[in-house]
Ligand binder design. Sequence first.
Ligand code: CU
Length: 537
Amino acid sequence: MERSRLTSLCTLAVLALPLALPAQTKSSPAPAKPLTAQTKTLADPVELVPTRTAPHTTALSLRVQYATFPMFNPSTRTNDTVHLRTYNGQPVGPTIRMLPGDTLHGILDNQLDANDPSCDHHSMSDHNTPNCFNTTNLHTHGFHVSPKGISDNVLLQVEPQTTQPYEIHLPDDHPAGTFWYHSHRHGSTALQVSSGMEGALIVTGTRTYADKLKNGGLADIDTVLKQGGRPIPDHVVLFQQVQYYCLDADNKPSYDCSTATGPNAIGRIEDYSVLGPNTWGQSGRYTTINGLVQPTVPAQAGQIYRWRLIHGGIRDTVAVRVTRSSPIPPRILAAALATGVAPAQEQEFIQHYCHVDQTVPQFEFADDGLTRDAMSSKIINVLQPGYRSDVLTVFPEKGIFCVLNDAASTTGSVNSIDYQVSGATTITRSTHILALVNVTGSTRIPTDALQSYIGNQLYQSNPELPPTVREALRTLQIAEFAPHQHIPPSAVDGKQPVQFDISGTPPNSGSTAILTPVRRAPLPSATPTSGSSPPGW
Ligand SMILES: [Cu+2]
């Protein structure tokens, strides 16, 4: 029986991890094969290293092309074969790193088929109707850059079998942090993003505290995220929601690929009607991490990791909760690590082994690419489509830990319905397994000491910092590394009305929201001030 989960629709989307598998042409799809344990181990997406032609000038090219690759399906314990639009033939777009002040000279090479039936009866300016699925463009989500010309211009139409040059200039004072890119051509955005057309866009921070004044008052948190004097491991964790379907005997879309035969058994995304609101649950698909369904994450106890969480999907809220597990019988553990946990066993597995009352907190230090005033200890880290969250994680001891998509409340989720059993009974959201972490090593830290453990490691690894800044770091106060100053209540000096009009046929002509403006915050002082207690702790 096909599992069915439901969700609602948003505007963006997607998926995946660089599988060590060659991209194949659409005429020669790979046969379904059992997944091996090795290909289930989480890895970072491929990195696209730009050519640095001069200081602050980088060049790269990104291909838009179909690729055929396997996607594991725990409900059948086999790989489905999917044939989808991709960047560079990978389930996940390559990671792109830039520096503040860089100008990126990009080429978007659209190799999709010019014979595009979805384009036949539509004008490409018809933004609100699905059309021209092989036409694309490139959006740099979160970048503070020009939206005009050949920069981050979502109105560009890159037609199939054409190339589009891009020139995107990051200002010198751009914050360092985690951003992402995806296709954003109106009429084909959701379909392309749901197919996996997105990747991480990282602005690397090299501005040290010592050079803060020289760098216009900016110092990057990246420069102090060290343990034992070395930079901590830095990983992309890109969530995608690839809602592919197959075709039944009547060539109608069907989420059940297990009974489809021949070319009809190849998963595809070619039809918006199968992507609509509240269809995620019916589809039985899984939120993937770097392209993998329920991957195994290797980790060392006591090692601090930076996880750059990016929600690149469109169909379901992701509420990340990391828990300890109780001892799992070896046979069940081996099966879970090798081929995942099937839907039929998932709730029982979580209840028996994933201790939601023993959560390992995530220490969030940046939201949507912007470093905060203070790290925030989160039990559940809710990401809506498009969100990013940079967290420090440290596992307190060896063992298996569960990474769960917690059953966030329906009102807080873009997906109001989860399972739809046998097409009849609906059940509200359930918790699902995103990944299992296999932690090794002999270090043991009490869970309630993780915060001070991280603080002390950061303190010890940054002896060159002024004492007040270093001491603040010990208590995870990081305002000196935030690109924007905290707004104290005293700076709020009034209110002004702001009106937003939403198009359509609302009962009223528009809705009015009252926003509270604030005084411009003062420039950072030359002398660091130490840890007055910020909100959120
Ligand atoms: Cu976006």
